[in-house]
Design a protein around this ligand. Structure first.
Ligand SMILES: C[S@@+](CC[C@H](N)C(=O)[O-])C[C@H]1O[C@@H](n2cnc3c(N)ncnc32)[C@H](O)[C@@H]1O
Length: 123
């Protein structure tokens, strides 16, 4: 794997606005993000998170989570969210089929966005 890609995957662990499946702190990070109980939208297969970020900027009174299996892709979105102080954005680096079980304990109602180019739609 290219060194730059590996570096991004390593850095993901330290980003407060990202949770990975193996993250022992996942539940706490998520609970903290969702504690304001704002309406939530998930983007499946968010890639670098451009669309998630755009939605979050437009709708600052709502929460947005971008999900992608390739952590090094959503690293970009997470870094931009931090730079732009977008506190209503969070990213999951995991396979989309996992999100339901993770969210169940926190929030039951949410909107789903599945970008037309994404193969990540639930089947
Ligand atoms: C065609 S790209 C679209 C990215 C982004 N939505 C965009 O339009 O720029 C599809 C994305 O889906 C992600 N993906 C594919 N299978 C997935 C899965 N099972 N769970 C989560 N993400 C997945 C890929 O890693 C990739 O970033």
């Amino acid at each position: 794997m290219p060194r730059r890609k590996l570096q991004k995957i390593k850095e993901l662990h330290d980003l407060s606005n990202v949770a990975e499946m193996q993250d022992l702190n996942l539940k706490n990070k998520l609970a903290d993000f969702l504690k304001n109980k704002k309406p939530l939208t998930l983007e499946l297969g968010c890639g670098k998170g451009e669309y998630t970020l755009a939605l979050a900027k437009e709708n600052q009174t709502e929460n947005f989570i971008g999900i992608d299996i390739q952590g090094e892709r959503l690293w970009h979105g997470a870094k931009i969210a931090q730079e732009q102080k977008l506190n209503n954005v969070f990213f999951f680096a995991l396979a989309h089929r996992k999100y339901k079980s993770i969210l169940r304990a926190h929030q039951h109602k949410y909107n789903l966005v599945d970008f037309p180019r994404s193969p990540a739609a639930p089947r």
